[in-house]
Ligand binder design. Structure first.
Ligand SMILES: NC(=O)c1ccc[n+]([C@@H]2O[C@H](COP(=O)([O-])OP(=O)(O)OC[C@H]3O[C@@H](n4cnc5c(N)ncnc54)[C@H](O)[C@@H]3O)[C@@H](O)[C@H]2O)c1
Length: 405
């Protein structure tokens, strides 16, 4: 990391691996970071991007502003000017690239679900531990100011003892029967379907706000068994292809789980990628002996709170985003101004680079990703066995305020 004379920002050389949806979003987040968080004195410098699709690599150089572009991710990791790396590749590459980044000594911000199952995530975590590199995970929803406020209310005991939790990620990205068969639908490329792609966000969210999960009973189902093929590196997983060649969907469209948290709480979690109606419906309802909370990303700036059991303000009150919630004040000077999805990634970029620079350590880590992956793998095992499955503890995971039982 280049340290410049006092008062000047410290430049951090950034590498990007894969220039799809997330690759572009990470890039925008780095670009915006110095203006949202000037007090950190950090200035990301977009150095080197790679994508096997030549047009996407060229886009990174010519439009996003990276100084260099390659079609081989190794060129990014070998580049001495790259000090940190964003890994935004499809799931089947997380294991190989995550380990390679750790061995190259580069701190990395990697997209969820970090591989195709708990074994792969654990191996990336072990490599990062041995290398001693900072890691951050793409669990963007936990940064929503309303979610941070929910976490604080739970931690302070304002809801009393948490009794039960309902959480969902209902997405419609594959609700069209002719919705494209991207890499997400192939077991070899993605691992699980909705379970890995969407439920991983749900598990992170409830673990972060309430407590880690210790036991799970789950089921999965596939709604559409065939879809038209979308070649890698083209289009998006929201594409609809009317007359394409069909191929088999190899993983789940829907999953549901009953869970027991560490502590007393129990819960139900659901995820679907084929649902009609909800579109990016990730959210939770948290119920305690003294109150309740509810939040959904489709109304990201609203937290619904019930803290009055029987007095004049009983029932839910809606609170809009304000400076008491998470990083809200870094974006807007006054309450009620809506934030958006991109802003969550800016917060994530800030937490990553602040941890790399040793300024603060509020980032999600590879150990969190490993803990989430253990829940996902236990859910997959339960869907097979029909039995409750225990979730192994992961040392070093940072979430959950409530005492482990
Ligand atoms: N945090 C979130 O909310 C969120 C949202 C979407 C995706 N994701 C995650 O981000 C990751 C990427 O998803 P996406 O939607 O951006 O995918 P995408 O399909 O839009 O892009 C993937 C890119 O990877 C490139 N690629 C394929 N093989 C490569 C290789 N060997 N080397 C370099 N690049 C290669 C492709 O050409 C493509 O440009 C996934 O793990 C996904 O689960 C997270």
């Amino acid at each position: 990391m280049n340290t410049t004379p006092s008062g000047a920002a410290r430049e951090i050389g950034v590498g990007l691996i894969s220039v799809g949806w997330m690759g572009k979003l990470h890039s925008r987040a780095y670009q915006v970071l110095p203006s949202v968080y000037p007090e950190l004195g950090l200035k990301p410098r977009l150095v080197h991007a790679a994508d096997t699709a030549e047009d996407r690599a060229a886009y990174a150089r010519d439009v996003l502003g990276y100084e260099k572009a390659s079609t081989d991710y190794r060129a990014v990791l070998d580049d001495p000017d790259v000090e940190v790396v964003s890994i935004c590749a499809p799931n089947m590459l997380h294991h190989e690239i995550g380990i390679a980044a750790a061995k190259a000594g580069k701190p990395f911000w990697i997209e969820k679900p970090v591989g195709r199952g708990a074994e792969e995530t654990a191996e990336v975590a072990a490599a990062a531990r041995v290398a001693g590199v900072v890691t951050s995970i793409g669990y963007n929803y936990r940064h929503a100011p309303a979610v941070e406020r929910a976490r604080q209310l739970v931690a302070e005991g304002r809801l009393g003892r948490i009794t039960n939790v309902r959480a969902t990620f209902f997405s419609g990205y594959a609700s069209e029967p002719k919705g494209a068969l991207s890499w997400r639908f192939k077991r070899e490329l993605a691992g699980h379907g909705a379970l890995g792609d969407l439920m991983s966000h749900v598990v992170d969210l409830v673990s972060y706000v309430v407590a880690p999960i210790r036991e799970v009973s789950a089921l999965t189902s596939t709604v559409y068994t065939e879809r038209p093929i979308l070649p890698m590196g083209s289009g998006t997983h929201f594409a609809v292809i009317e007359d394409g060649e069909m191929a088999q969907v190899e993983n789940d469209d829907y999953t549901a789980a009953l869970v027991r948290f560490h502590g007393d709480a129990v819960g139900t979690l659901e995820a679907s990628r084929t649902i009609v109606g909800p579109q990016c419906g990730i959210g939770f309802e948290i119920y305690g002996t003294d109150g309740s909370l509810t939040w959904n990303f489709e109304r990201m700036n609203e937290l619904r709170v019930a803290l009055d059991r029987s007095g004049p303000h009983q029932g839910y009150t809606t609170v809009l985003g304000n400076g008491h919630m998470g990083d809200y004040a870094s974006f807007q000077p006054g309450p009620g101004n809506s934030m958006g999805y991109d802003d969550l990634k800016v917060i994530e970029a800030k937490k990553f680079l602040a941890a790399v620079a040793g300024i603060e350590h509020h980032n999600s880590t590879i150990d969190d990703a490993h803990a989430v992956a253990e829940v996902i793998s236990a859910a997959a095992a339960s869907a097979e066995s029909g039995a409750w499955e225990p979730v192994p503890d992961v040392a070093g995971a940072t979430f959950g305020h409530q005492a482990r039982s």
